[in-house]
Design a protein around this ligand. Sequence first.
Ligand SMILES: *Cc1c(COP(=O)(O)O)cnc(C)c1O
Length: 361
Amino acid sequence: MAHVIRPQPGILEIELYKGGDSHVAGVRDAIKLSSNENPYGPSDRAVEAFRRAAHSLHRYPSSDHARLREAIGATFDLDPARIICGAGSDEIISALCHAYAGPGDEVVHTEHGFLMYRIAAYGAGATPVEAPEHERAVDVDAILSACNERTRLVFLANPANPTGTMIKPSEIERLAERMPPQALLVLDGAYAEFAEGYDGGAGLVAARQNVVMTRTFSKIFGLGGLRVGWAFGPGEVIDVLNRLRGPFNLSTAQQEAAEAAVGDGEHLERCRSENARLRVWLAQALTEIGVACDESMANFVLARFESPQEAAACDAHLREQGLIVRRTDSYKLPHCLRITVGDEPSCRRVAHAIAQFRGRR
Ligand SMILES: *Cc1c(COP(=O)(O)O)cnc(C)c1O
């Protein structure tokens, strides 16, 4: 009999996610500024906790993540009962799509938004819908225009990746107010800690029934390799996600390292202030070279070139110098390069190399 084995609808629409490169052929010790990683690494306490966890590898991990949720709740002043933890916020983004959207439903994301929203929507059999942005900033009216009776989820990163731009809390509130009644607003706060004084939307989540906030240990906590993310949401939403979640989705090492990391406020503060200082420095250096960039509230800057060709040529020049940045063609920004704010020597090197590139044209 002929086999007719097919995946669920939507799966073959998914374009494989490509992470930032980490190697350049022929270059040793390349500087990786392509994945918005923390150049200072994680807290020593997290590394120590990870090592300690080696002694209990024969034991199943906690399935309710109680201690980690307590620690997150204490640091961010949130009710631990309304927190859920996942293997990166990626897992939570996928779970939200599986829980709330299916065939015939729509998932709205913004024009230059994070690629995972489309992937997760297709993975659930739903249809991703793109809302235009205005000059690389999220446009609430465009999102509202993209919503209809089929909309189940709206994904929004604030600060956004790869643009680094941010919209005002009052704009997010306006969006939350006007969302269709059957749709959930997901505020992706992967970079919230880098934006001084911003709560990632936690206050809005606490006050409403239709908003969820996702966060991650991958960025300011320097634990991208550990794979831990979390969300804070209405009790009903957290309950739904907990039903769907694998009971042992986080290993003991993941839980304990993340718990130690979130308790190290000193490390967090140091990373935040160094990033803020060098982000301004890098943007200024680029502007002086004649490369435009929007004000970034995250841990990267988006450098704008005159054409996709110029961006590609600059990328090639940087690679020759052992500097890896992120091309943003797949984010509909082919004339840009996203540069992670590294430590001071890396920032100086990348600015110098771009100046060299501009000078020799
Ligand atoms: C990096 C990033 C995340 C984090 O993903 P993890 O799965 O937690 O590593 C989420 N959203 C955006 C917009 C990001 O850039």
